[in-house]
Design a protein. Structure first.
Length: 245
């Protein structure tokens, strides 16, 4: 057994003096009684039960004090070391939160569908790290890469059209944010999934996509106005789409 803060154990050295002090006090009280009353009359004039209770109370007090000091020393019994290799992917979910995502051509609206689709991907690919990016005319990371899926789901649920102040749809901004969050990798373990209904397919977006490709980031797009429940196949790492009916 080891102790994180063993200095507290020195407090246990105070217990014997406290016990001796209590015993001395009891004997002195007994001596005073014997001076006032004859020894043969003490059993008839005093009650033994209260004395037993006093002794028990003091023993319990000293025991509780000992346990308290030991607890402050923070005892620890052994430890276990375990090494493991993690081969999960790092996936950023970039969700378009522009006002056009409030369109109700799919129920209840495009943004709500995108949130559900993002959570489907999260539930399908357990063991991978996920992050969340919100983008419109600009982008910002709402949740960094993590395996805390509850935190990622909370970040997704809190997204609305006010999460990013600048309006519009700048897909290139989300790609650049994902590139910063994911970093460079020689292997294809980094992915970006774009949920958007935007028409931003200009030179900036293409240039950003090519730059991300040089960093080892694979990009998948999901059209929020046509897709109901998209998922990513864990085996092939590519999006599949289920068209709304």
């Amino acid at each position: 057994m080891t102790f994180v803060q063993p200095t507290w154990l020195y407090g246990l050295l105070l217990l014997p003096p406290l016990a001796a002090l209590a015993l001395y006090k009891d004997r002195r009280n007994q001596s005073r009684l014997e001076r006032l009353v004859a020894s043969r009359l003490l059993p008839n004039l005093t009650d033994a039960a209260p004395r037993i209770q006093i002794v028990a109370k003091r023993v319990l007090f000293l025991g509780a004090l000992s346990a308290f000091l030991i607890a402050l020393a923070r005892p620890q019994i052994g430890f276990t070391e375990q090494e493991f290799t993690r081969r999960g992917r790092d996936i950023m979910l970039a969700i378009d939160i522009s006002k056009s995502m409030l369109s109700t051509d799919v129920s209840p609206n495009r943004l709500a569908r995108a949130k559900l689709a993002a959570q489907d991907i999260l539930n399908t690919m357990r063991g991978d790290r996920f992050g969340v990016i919100a983008f419109a005319g600009a982008s910002q990371v709402e949740a960094p890469l993590t395996i805390d899926y509850e935190a990622v789901v909370d970040a997704i649920n809190q997204l609305d059209t006010k999460s990013v102040e600048r309006g519009g749809t700048d897909i290139s901004a989300s790609i650049y944010s994902a590139e910063l969050a994911l970093g460079k990798s020689e292997q294809s373990f980094h992915s970006l999934v774009l949920f958007t209904d935007g028409e931003d397919f200009g030179e900036d977006s293409l240039a950003a996509a090519k730059e991300a490709a040089t960093s080892g980031i694979r990009i998948f797009t999901v059209d929020s106005d046509r897709t109901r429940r998209p998922t990513i196949s864990p085996e092939q790492n590519r999006p599949t789409r289920a068209l709304a009916t």
